[in-house]
Structures are given as C-alpha cells and as structure tokens.
Design a protein around this ligand. Structure first.
Ligand code: ADP
Length: 635
C-alpha cells in the first residue's frame, strides 16, 4: 500500500520541518506547498489524503484557502493549525469546514493524532459514498432492465397478432419484474360471472385450464368490482377463495376503456418475500399492455370476421368483380369474374392484368379507362354471354372492374326492339294510309270548308301520333343504355346542319336567329345522331315557345375541355312550379298545353342524351321574359 500523501501548507518555520519529519516517521509521505498555486498543482497531479493548513500562507488567510479548496474538493480533510489562540479564528475555520483545528502550543503527537483521526473519518465517508454509488448503480441497472422488459413486451404487442403469445409474455414479464413465484392473467366470463385463467406462469397446464374463480367474495373479484389494484404481504398464510394459499400477492385490474375485463396477478406461495409499491406500479403497466393486446385481438378478430363476410359476399355475388392496384396488378377477383374470363385465382392474383387476361373487350376497357365518357362498356364473351363492364377508379387502392351479365337484357331488348319495330311498323302503315287518304279526299271531289278543317285536324293528329311513336322508340333505346355508339365528332358541324334543317320553321315565324359558334372547338367523343336530336329539340322548343318576330340566340363555345351550348329565347318562360318538372317524361307546362302541340317527351330525351354523354343541362327562365337552356358536355 502506498503511503498516504499529506500536503503541508504552512509558512516556512521550524514547526514545518518538525512536522514533516514527524509525519514521515509514522509512515506518511509529505509534500510542502508554499502558496495557493502550489497546493493546486499538487491537488491536480497527485491524490493527497489530507491538507495541513496554517493561519496564513503567503499573505493569504488560511480560512479563505479552506473555503476555496473545499468548494473544489469537498471530501478533502483539512486540518487547521492556528499560530495564535483566537475564538474568532476558531469559529471562522470551523465555519469554513475544517475537519480538525489545532491551536498553540502545537505538539507533534497531537498533530499526528488529529491527522490519523481525520484520515479515518475520511475513509469512513469514502466507504459510505462508494457503497451509495454502488447501491444507486444497482438500482439503476434494475430500472434499466425493468424498462427493457417493458419495452420488449410493448414491441411484442406491436408486432404480434398472436394474443396467446403476447399474454403469456406479459405474465412471464410480470413474474420476472416483481421476482414473484407465480403469475396469472384472469379474464372475466360475464355469463357465469367467473374468472378463468387466460395465461399463467409457473402453474401446471391442467391447473390453468381448470381454474375458475367466482367474482363474488374473492380478492380477484374485488378488483373486478372496484377497479382498484390490491396487494398484501402477510406473515400468516392467506387463503384465496377456492384456490390456493399465498404469502404475498398483487392483483391489478385489466381495463379496456372504462370496462374491467380481468385481473393480472403475481404471488409468492412458498417464501414470505413481500411485494413493493413499485411492483404494483410495474404490474399496472403490464396490465395496460395486456389490455391493449386483448383489445387489438378482438378488433382484429372483428375486422377479420368482417373481411371474411365481405369475401363471402364477393365470391357469392353474381356480379363479376376484380380489384386492381395502381400498377394494374390483380388484388382481388371473385368467382363470377374468374368464370367469365375463364381463369383461376392462383394463376392471376398479383399478376399484371394485361399479362394474364386476354379478353379483348376488357383490354379495350383498360386502354380507354381515361375517357370520362366510358362508364359502361360491353364485353362479349366467347360463350355468347354479354356483360356490361364498368371501370371505377378507387382512391388509394387502384380501380375496380365490375361486370354484370346483361345477356338476358340484350335478349329482352332484342325481343322488345322486334316487338316495337313490328308494332310501329304495323301502326305506321295504317297511319300512312290514313294520311294518304285524307290527302286524296280533297282531290276526288269538293269538300266544304268544315270538312276541309276536319281533314286538316285528322292529318295533324296522325303526324302527332307518328312523332310520339318515334320519340318513344328513341327514348327507350337511349335509356336502356344500348345506344352507346360513339365516334369523334365536330359538334359545330352538327349544330350547323340542324340549323339549316330548321330554317323554314323560324323564317315562317319571322324570328331572328343569332348564332355564334367559336372558330375552334375541341373534338368530342359522342353519338352524332343523338346530339343532333338534342340540338333539334332545344332549338325547336325555343322557336315554338317564342312569339313571332322575336330573337333566339344560340352560342357554342368551349371552356377548357368542356363544350358549352347555350340557347336563349324571348318566349313565354316557364313558371317556378313547372320548372322542376319540365325534364320529366310527358310533362308539359301550363304555357304549352293549350297552345302548342307536343308530346312532353322532347326535354326528357334531351336530358337522357346529355347524361349519356356525361354532361349537364339546366334552365334559367322567367315567366313572360324568356328562357336560357345551357348544356355542358365533356369533349
Ligand atoms: P313538348 O313536347 O311539350 O315541347 P318538351 O319535353 O320539349 O315537351 O318540353 C316540356 C315542357 O317544357 C313544354 O311543354 C313547355 O311547357 C316547356 N318548355 C320547353 N322549352 C321551353 C321554352 N324554350 N320556353 C318555354 N317553355 C318551354
């Protein structure tokens, strides 16, 4: 063992030399410091065990030096050697924190005794401090390991959907953290009002499986009923109803939201090791974890059930369905779609649709998916079945392709078309005959004025019926969605053509038609026959419901990719009560019924045509002032 180093910081004197010699003689090493800097240097370079300080050192007051050095080195024992006896000096030195104070006459023996006892005290203080540090380190290490265990359980919950594993891990962690002998997680069976063991640590399998504990009159039950944690450490054995005897125990409640679903517990059965408050706290943290795991599991189970239900519905439904992601990989495909496309689920799932599906109409649908107008698309299968397919983008997923078998509708439609064709043909022939004969009537002999009037009325009525039959046929066809012929068209040409056909109508009524067509319009994808019919009906109405000599203004232009048609007249206008109904079939407003002929189908046809082109139509009108019909169509 190296000799302990003592600094002697006294002004040069015979005492100093004597002291140095005496201390060396009893085994200490001494070093002399002549001033503050000297003491500091020694303090930094070596580890002195003690400082012997005089009343003054190189003009500095000893007590000031004591204070300063104790601030820097609080555990350093300092012995103060006074050169004169003064009560004031003693007080100052003691206040500064010296460990011993010696006053003249200074005797070597006394100084050595003081050194010894100061060093002994310092050693005791050092030992105590080391013990404290060790104790704190151990408890810190324990805390860190507790945190690690808690973190591991937390990670477990986040990463595992296997609730059994998670709960078993929670119980093992509870036993480990509290150094308990056993741990259990009891859940409440609400039907029987009993607790059963969902997970256990250090119990036999059979015991876990058969464990049942009533809620009434048991400690675990008390926790369920009060929602409060419970713990006891007892000298005497404590019997937990119907179950087992324990020395010490903690039960904490398991809560999901405000509902208590069970109890997490640890106990010591053999040894009387008590549990601490911290153990209860740790157990409560673990109980929260367990509750989260159980909650997650039941949510997962519920969503899993929903998913299976959803899958069952999808696979059993008659409509064919396929979901693709943004990269056009097939994510989901149901039975009906598989059978329609003649593929097997495992062969196509996760594959890019264009790599595995060869059906031409479906590929066509995908190619044209950007076209807004494409809501319905006919898919003709090799087995002669016909499907109506839709492509619907789904945000965050990709898109859904759905198909309905419309073979029977097609067949029905064919029958209906045949029927309507036959009936209209059969009706038209006698009507044409009626019209023809009425025209002949006047040629075969003279008819009086009244007879001529009757003949004229018959002719008008026959024309009305013929127009009605035509309208009905058209509307039926467009509404059924079988009128999906589309081509690239110049809408302005169609409008000009319609206007030239109607020229006689407005010139007869001496009306002025102001037409403004923008020089460049985008091409549009549409059905030329139907769009001509739309113009025809709207312009016809404007002329029909506008008095002679007035103005009808027509404007065709585009805003961005939308083409806008606007027709304004100075006609009768439509009353607010009639306005909501004018696009309904057979609806004729009061302004029309008595004066003008018509079927009330014109605007219904217009609206159906506009909507089948993904457009919008509306009217702004004022009774007695006029009306403005506006149609917006995507190009
Ligand atoms: P109709 O064969 O009676 O013209 P429509 O379906 O074309 O049938 O129009 C429905 C009703 O809307 C008409 O009966 C008429 O009352 C009203 N209507 C349509 N266009 C105009 C217009 N430009 N001005 C005033 N009323 C109109």
């Amino acid at each position: 063992m190296t000799a302990e180093l003592i600094i002697l910081a006294l002004d040069e004197s015979t005492t100093l030399q004597l002291l140095s010699r005496a201390l060396r003689a009893v085994g200490y090493t001494t070093v002399i410091a002549h001033d503050r800097a000297g003491i500091e240097k020694i303090m930094q370079e070596s580890h002195p065990a003690l400082l012997l300080l005089g009343t003054s050192l190189k003009n500095e007051k000893g007590t000031v030096l004591v204070e300063d050095f104790l601030k820097k080195f609080p555990t350093l024992p300092i012995i103060f050697l006074a050169t004169d006896t003064s009560a004031e000096l003693i007080r100052e030195a003691l206040r500064a924190g010296v460990s011993a104070y010696l006053e003249p006459p200074l005797k070597t023996d006394e100084i050595i005794d003081a050194v010894k006892s100061s060093l002994l005290r310092a050693q005791h203080t050092g030992d105590w401090m080391r013990r404290e540090v060790k104790r704190n380190t151990t408890s810190l290490e324990k805390r860190i390991s507790e945190l690690e265990v808690l973190l591991a359980v937390g990670r477990d919950i986040a990463s595992s959907l296997d609730v059994d594993t998670v709960l078993n891990n929670v119980v093992s962690a509870a036993v480990k953290l509290t150094s308990a002998e056993e741990g259990s997680l009891l859940l409440l069976d609400e039907e029987s009002n009993e607790l059963y063991m969902r997970a256990g640590h250090n119990f036999e399998e059979g015991f876990i499986n058969n464990f049942r504990l009533p809620v009434t009159d048991t400690l675990a039950g008390q926790v369920i009923e009060t929602g409060e944690a419970l713990s006891f450490n007892k000298d005497s054995l404590h019997k937990i109803k119907t179950a087992y005897l324990v020395q010490a125990l903690i039960y904490v409640p398991l809560k999901i939201k405000d509902r208590i679903i069970g109890v997490l517990g640890v106990d010591n059965r053999k040894y009387q090791l008590p549990f601490s408050k911290r153990d209860t706290l740790l157990l409560s943290l673990l109980a929260d974890y367990a509750a989260v795991a159980i909650d997650n599991a039941s949510l997962y189970q519920a969503s899993d059930m929903e998913r299976s239900k959803f899958e069952a519905v999808l696979s059993n439904m008659d409509d064919a369905l396929m979901i693709i992601d943004h990269q056009e990989r097939i994510q989901l495909i149901n039975e009906a779609m598989c059978s329609a496309l003649n593929v097997q689920v495992p062969d196509v799932r996760d594959k890019v649709i264009t790599d595995v599906i060869t059906q031409g109409d479906i590929l066509n649908l995908l190619r044209r998916k950007e076209e807004k107008s494409l809501r319905y698309h006919e898919v003709n299968l090799d087995d002669n079945r016909i499907f109506s397919a839709q492509y619907t983008p789904i945000q965050g997923v990709g898109a859904a392709i759905t198909m309905q078998d419309i073979s029977y509708l097609k067949e029905l439609n064919r029958l209906k078309d045949d029927f309507v064709h036959t009936v209209s043909h059969d009706l038209r022939s006698p009507l044409t005959a009626v019209l023809g004969y009425t025209e002949l009537l006047e040629r075969v002999g003279s008819v009086n004025e009244q007879q001529a009037e009757f003949v004229h009325r018959i002719q008008e009525s026959v024309k009305d019926i013929t127009a009605l039959i035509d309208d009905l046929l058209d509307l039926g066809r467009i509404e059924a969605g079988f009128d999906m012929h589309r081509e690239s068209i110049h809408l302005d040409s169609i409008l000009r053509y319609t206007l030239s056909n109607l020229e006689s109508l407005y010139t007869n009524k001496k009306q002025v038609l102001e037409v403004e067509i923008a020089p460049t319009l985008p091409l549009m994808h549409g059905n030329p026959v139907r769009l001509r019919q739309m113009f025809d009906n709207l312009i016809n109405n404007a002329i029909k419901y506008t008095p002679e000599g007035k103005i009808v203004s027509i404007k065709l232009h585009h805003e961005g990719s939308e083409i806008i048609f606007r027709i304004e007249d100075q006609g009768s206008g439509i009353s607010p009560e009639d306005q909501p109904h004018i696009f309904e079939k057979f609806y004729r407003a009061k302004n029309a019924v008595s004066h003008e002929s018509g079927s009330g189908l014109g605007l219904a046809i217009v609206k159906t045509i506009v909507e089948s082109h993904q457009g919008r139509i509306w009217v702004q009108t004022k009774l007695g002032v006029g009306s403005v019909f506006t149609v917006v169509l995507p190009s």
